[in-house]
Design a protein around this ligand. Structure first.
Ligand SMILES: Cc1ncc(COP(=O)(O)O)c(C=O)c1O
Length: 354
């Protein structure tokens, strides 16, 4: 086969190493350290009784439940096979190849992968010294018809903005700009406020917000969603692959949403452990960036990931995200896992005379 010319410019998406051995402490992919309650799985399995049939393709019952939580209508919501697919549908629906696509450097890699595939030239913007996205730089590069990708909190830095800043920023953008606001990690942020969505969608017709269940215990099921004005979701439904989310994923996500206790448990665990882990790592004189997500970014010496891997601990070198190879992203694990990591880091630093 002769590949499309554009593929010469695209590198495949690289995820964190998957788990191969139960002994491994996996802190490299920003997943939830906890399995969802067994009772949710048990209850959900009933949906498999009609597995021989096609299901309702848009996941109406799940969209209704999401809509109830964020005070919008089911028609404001579209489901994706992971929020990654929603990013792809956003581009297919609203981005012409000639449009100016603005992406902070660094951020989640799928924005540039899908934009490049779409034929767009990408304008990258800078981060400041503390690795915050430089909104002024975006504003200075935005032209009429610009498309802007903004992850809040950002991956891999964990940095976020409050909604006052975001609203202020969006109001300064050219009127025809399209914005994808990616809130994959927002539950872990101090700015988390699901009540704001109604106002945002009412105020900005050019905005799609995306969220995912992957960081709440369902990474392997592949289910995420986007919400926007009804007419925008109508356009996206034209590009949505038929039956893109499966019935089991829809049902488990629905039952998980009904269980506030589990979601609250992960949130408070991550927030508490993020503080403990950050402080403990700072004591070893490693630079730890303030994070608002379920991971932290550190800057230390090269090679730490290889040393930790020998001790069965996986963290992520941030080199593949576009930072230098002395940056590492570490997902917040269970309390015991974080303690093992802290101990292992101290040993590695001493032994390597870092
Ligand atoms: C900022 C951001 N957005 C979206 C995603 C995609 O998540 P998923 O496709 O699993 O919903 C990720 C995954 O890590 C992410 O970091």
């Amino acid at each position: 086969l002769k590949q499309r010319k554009v593929l010469e410019k695209v590198k495949s998406y690289v995820g964190g190493k998957p788990i191969i051995d139960k002994k491994v402490i996996k802190l490299n992919s920003n997943e939830s350290p906890f399995m969802i309650p067994k009772k949710i799985i048990k209850k959900s399995l009933k949906c498999l009784k009609t597995l021989n049939r096609y299901h309702e393709p848009t996941g109406e019952f799940l969209r209704e439940e999401i809509a109830r939580k964020i005070e919008l209508k089911p028609d404001n919501i579209i489901l994706g096979n992971g929020s990654g697919e929603v990013i792809k549908m956003f581009i297919e629906s609203f981005v012409e190849p000639s449009q100016n696509v603005i992406i902070p450097s660094v951020t989640f890699s799928l924005y540039s992968i899908y934009s490049t595939l779409n034929g767009n030239n990408i304008v990258y913007t800078r981060l400041d010294n503390e690795l915050n996205i430089d909104l002024e730089d975006i504003l200075s590069k935005a032209t009429k018809n610009s498309v802007i990708f903004l992850a809040n909190p950002n991956n891999p830095t964990g940095k976020s903005f409050d909604y006052k800043t975001i609203i202020n920023f969006m109001e300064k953008l050219p009127k025809d700009a399209n914005i994808l606001l990616d809130e994959a990690y927002i539950e872990y942020s101090s700015h988390y406020n699901p009540k704001i969505y109604r106002e945002l969608i009412k105020r900005f017709e050019n905005l799609l917000i995306i969220k995912t269940f992957s960081k709440m215990g369902l990474a392997g099921l592949r289910i995420g969603y986007g919400f926007s004005r009804e007419e925008n979701i109508g356009e996206m439904n034209k590009v949505r692959p038929p039956f893109n989310t499966n019935i089991l994923a829809q049902t488990i996500a629905y039952n998980l949403l009904k269980d506030n206790k589990f979601i609250d448990k992960i949130r408070s665990h991550v927030i508490k452990e993020r503080e403990r882990l950050s402080n403990a790592i700072r004591e070893t004189n490693i630079k730890v960036y303030e994070s608002d997500a379920n991971f932290i970014l550190i800057k230390t010496k090269e090679g730490i990931d290889k040393e930790l891997e020998k001790k069965n601990i996986l963290i992520r070198n941030a080199y593949s995200f576009g930072l230098s190879s002395d940056y590492y992203r570490i997902t917040i694990g269970k309390k015991r896992e974080n303690s093992i990591l802290i101990k292992a880091l101290r040993e590695v630093l001493k032994w390597k005379k870092y």
